[in-house]
Design a protein around this ligand. Structure first.
Ligand code: HEC
Ligand code: HEC
Length: 399
């Protein structure tokens, strides 16, 4: 609060002799005076930006884990940058006809994904892939974005949807490309104001848009699922280290508070997911790695189609239960179908990971229907409802 109070005094907003304007009114006056367009269009408060750079995270999001973020020294996350990223992410004016924002397809309530198999773009056309969840994007170490890893970094990916002829429509062939968007943004009063606030001058460039969108995306960290709360107990009691040994510990014991204690089915699913085949598990966690459940960058594909040559990634499995559709083409509509794929549907191909046997796990190591149901129950413990309502990620637009 201190900077705010200083600001209010400087502006003469704190009345002498008591009985002055309430803090809220004074704050609003300060924002309206200093950042009139931002105030007019959004609920963002540049005098007191939300905390994106140093949020309170559970202890198992420790220094070792945070060091695996794909953030680079060239683009360190700041509260200001992520705040501007939030505005851009939710702004429909970034599409050619003001109809679609990033958030139209990456819906916070659905774990930043779309529940439809394919998403409709600015002119009603459909995407050819399923919209990906964005939680824990920072922890994909290969720093390759999209299902087929074709974008080299979070930054490089971030402005591609804007220039996509189906998604947001500022493609160079028909609508002037990114240059046309920059002209449009310069005429929207809040952008020169906000770019000056973040960068020191009001110049808008694609590189600047990329840097703040990437900062915002990396700030979308999922750390508050039932699994996180239960695992946090085990982590703290056993050396405060993220180790296979700790991931393998039961979360169904009386050491876990009742509200977060795993059921027998969830805990069996956890063991099956985390443990490798040598320990009686199914090896899911070797690719979908705890505690972020982002995919290990060295993983290959999971055999959806015979003869597959493209190496696909998976978004973090946090909030996977809210997506409604699964895999790059959204071919499955239930997690039971996903488990059935791993049990009997894995097809041979050049891109298939050697840890997954063609024919399916049921034949190679066994994966009964009860085990499948237990793993589905475990996947539901990865739902992070805190992230779905975190006000740092809501739509800030008033109009
Ligand atoms: C019309 C729907 C739509 C819009 C609008 C959209 N996206 Fe996406 N997004 C998708 C789809 C579909 C994919 C997967 C595409 C693929 O892999 O080919 C995706 C993938 C991504 C990924 C990759 C995630 C990963 O783990 O690899 C990121 C990041 C992302 N989008 C961010 C954005 C941002 C930022 C914007 C706004 C500038 C945006 N999206 C606008 C549908 C959309
Ligand atoms: C060899 C690495 C690997 C292993 C092992 C593995 N997966 Fe996957 N998983 C992937 C890949 C790659 C994808 C994305 C495939 C695609 O869409 O083309 C994926 C996708 C998924 C999805 C859908 C994600 C989404 O956003 O649509 C779920 C759920 C899932 N896996 C669960 C499991 C479970 C449960 C197991 C264990 C039985 C498992 N995985 C084992 C690599 C792996």
């Amino acid at each position: 609060m201190r900077p705010l109070i200083v600001l209010m005094v400087a502006l003469g907003l704190v009345a002498c002799g008591g009985g002055g304007a309430s803090t809220t009114t004074a704050t609003i006056s300060a924002v309206a005076t200093l950042y009139p367009a931002t105030f007019d269009y959004t609920s963002v408060d540049p005098t007191a930006p939300a905390n994106y750079a140093a949020p309170a995270l559970p202890a198992h999001y420790d220094a070792t884990l945070l060091a695996t973020s794909n953030q680079t020294v060239a683009n360190i996350l700041s509260d200001k940058g992520a705040t501007l990223g939030r505005v851009l992410f939710n702004d429909r004016r970034l599409s050619f006809n003001d109809s679609k924002s990033c958030a139209s397809c990456h819906v916070q309530a659905n774990g930043f994904a779309d529940t439809a198999q394919f998403s409709s773009g600015f002119a009603g056309g459909l995407t050819t892939a399923h919209a990906m969840r964005l939680g824990n994007v920072a922890f994909y170490q290969g720093a390759s974005m999209f299902w087929d890893k074709r974008a080299a970094s979070v930054e490089a990916q971030s402005t591609q949807p804007i220039q996509n002829a189906v998604e947001m429509g500022f493609d160079s062939a028909t609508h002037g490309g990114f240059a046309a968007l920059i002209t449009k943004m310069q005429a929207l009063p809040y952008y020169p104001e906000l770019f000056a606030w973040v960068f020191g001058d009001s110049t808008i460039t694609e590189a600047r848009v990329q840097s703040v969108l990437a900062q915002y995306e990396r700030s979308i960290i999922s750390s508050s699922s039932k699994w996180d709360r239960a695992y946090a107990v085990v982590y703290s009691a056993n050396g405060s280290v993220n180790s296979n040994q700790n991931f393998a510990r039961s979360l169904a014991g009386t050491n876990i508070p009742v509200v977060d204690r795993f059921t027998a089915s969830e805990d069996n699913g956890r063991a099956l997911f985390i443990q490798g085949p040598v320990n009686g598990g199914k090896g899911c966690g070797g690719c979908h790695q705890p505690p972020t459940f982002a995919l290990n960058a060295n993983s290959k594909s999971n055999g959806l189609d015979a003869g597959e040559t493209i190496i696909f990634k998976s978004p973090s499995l946090k909030n996977v239960g809210l997506t409604g559709r699964f895999m790059h083409d959204g071919r499955f509509s239930t997690l039971a179908q996903v488990l059935n794929h791993y049990a009997t549907g894995i097809r041979a191909g050049a891109a298939l990971d050697s840890r997954l046997p063609a024919g399916g796990l049921a034949i190679a190591i066994g994966l009964t229907s009860t085990e499948q149901a237990d793993i589905v129950a475990f996947l539901a413990t990865l739902t992070d409802s805190t992230l779905l309502t975190d006000t740092r990620f809501t739509d800030p637009f008033k109009k």
